[in-house]
Design a protein around this ligand. Structure first.
Ligand code: ADP
Ligand code: MG
Length: 407
């Protein structure tokens, strides 16, 4: 069996794991070289002599390390096994919330990673997670089986649409996002949660939802998706510690709006998407700062009283107030908040295109991934609390469905 979540997260000292995936490009050696399981090199061609390794800041060769790097030959199964399976198992076995997201520019392989193709070997993370959840449930005694409910939503232009509730116009039903003041967590109003009993049933919903997902062409890519798609599996077990949520997110393209040369409403969409991704980056930065602050505090606490008195700066630094992650800056970060603050596990896959003309985007994605992987979890333990008894309800339109994250 794969390492358990506890081992995995402890080994990384973090509740966020980050992988980079380099997509294959036919007939192109590319500017990105995978040196090992966790090391990558990006090279900017044409700068000086055409073959110099560059980092964005220093303009020279640089190796970069991540928790894990998947080269162009990596299979969907391998990516699932490292990026997703331990989190899914944690959700099933221990009631830990899981958030898995794919990040990268349009064309870098996000949707391939998350959804994949019909062919069994090419199935993406969502399909594999669904299979694993129902396989695990089938092994249990009937009385020990959790109720599974599915939600599928799209975040487009800072608005949330329910992909399981079509409107007459053909799009998804507009949902509202509300904060539960008392518990500081989120609710999504009007979001449907469909009770499902099998893999097949779940896949049908997934397909129906995908049909609704908005896709608009831009100069970058004919089918560039500028919305974030969020697929959620909620499990509510007979035992308290079996309540959990698995949230899989196919983020919108991270390229800059200016690069897409789009105009009018398309530009506005681009700007909004960047707002969400920027907010995500800011939250991740703030989390990184607070985990570094926690490390400093731990160090300062080890300093003996005598030394402390002679080194007041250590005490002062340890007391520096932490910058709160600005979750409210976008819908995306509000969505992620629950999982992040309740000690859920987060896995990010940074997809990069190794083509020469993609240097800028790929380099930015690697920077983003690097920052994310510097976030060390200060919250790893989660205590489960019971959820309201909703098992057996089919669809819950109109109700205020609890969004991501327990308790
Ligand atoms: P994104 O969602 O990031 O815009 P896609 O997932 O749509 O990118 O990928 C762009 C193209 O590259 C698609 O045709 C996809 O099938 C292909 N592709 C991406 N990653 C892989 C991969 N690992 N193996 C095979 N094809 C891939
Ligand atoms: Mg896509």
């Amino acid at each position: 069996m794969e390492p358990s979540v506890t081992e995995g997260s402890a080994a990384h000292g973090s509740n966020i794991r980050v992988a980079v995936r380099v997509r294959p490009v036919p007939g192109d050696a590319g500017i990105i070289e995978v040196l090992g399981q966790g090391t990558i090199v990006i090279r900017k061609e044409g700068a000086t002599g055409g073959n110099e390794y560059l980092s964005s800041q220093q303009g020279r060769y640089e190796e970069r390390s991540f928790d894990r790097v998947f080269g162009p030959q990596a299979t969907q199964e391998e990516v699932y096994a490292w990026c997703c399976q331990p989190l899914v198992q944690g959700a099933i076995e221990e009631g830990t919330n899981a958030t898995i997201f794919v990040y990268g520019a349009t064309g870098a392989g996000k949707t391939h990673t998350m959804f994949g193709e019909r062919d069994e070997r090419q199935q993406g993370l969502i399909y594999r997670a669904i299979h694993e959840v129902f396989a695990a449930i089938a092994e249990r005694e009937e009385a020990a089986r959790p109720q599974v409910r599915v939600s599928f939503l799209e975040l487009y232009n800072e608005k949330l649409y329910d992909l399981l509730q079509p409107t007459e116009g053909g799009g998804g039903y507009l949902c509202s996002l509300m904060e539960d003041e008392r518990r500081g967590l989120l609710k999504i109003g009007n979001l449907s949660e469909v009770a499902v009993g099998s893999t097949e049933e779940t896949l049908e919903l997934l397909q129906a939802g995908l049909q609704l997902r908005k896709v608009e062409s831009t100069a970058m890519n004919q089918r560039s998706s500028r919305s974030h798609a969020v697929f959620m599996l909620q499990m509510e077990g007979p035992r308290r510690n079996q309540n959990s949520k698995i949230c899989l997110i196919d983020l919108a393209g991270s390229e800059r709006a200016s690069q897409t040369q789009n105009v009018g409403s398309a530009l506005r969409d681009g700007a909004k998407i960047n707002q969400s991704l920027l907010a995500l980056a800011n939250c991740i930065n703030a989390l990184g700062e607070s985990s570094r602050a926690a490390e400093r505090r731990a160090t300062a606490n080890e300093v003996s009283e005598v030394v402390r008195e002679s080194r007041p700066d250590a005490r002062e630094r340890a007391k520096t107030p932490q910058r709160k992650p600005p979750y409210r800056d976008s819908k995306l970060t509000l969505l992620l908040k629950n999982s992040l603050v309740t000690g859920g596990l987060v896995s990010m896959i940074a997809n990069v295109h190794p083509g020469k003309s993609h240097f800028e985007d790929s380099n930015n994605t690697l920077e983003y991934a690097k920052r994310t992987s510097s976030v060390k979890g200060s919250v790893v333990v989660r205590t489960a609390t019971p959820m309201p008894p909703t098992a057996g309800r089919a669809v819950l339109p109109g109700s205020a469905a609890e969004a991501l994250g327990a308790p």
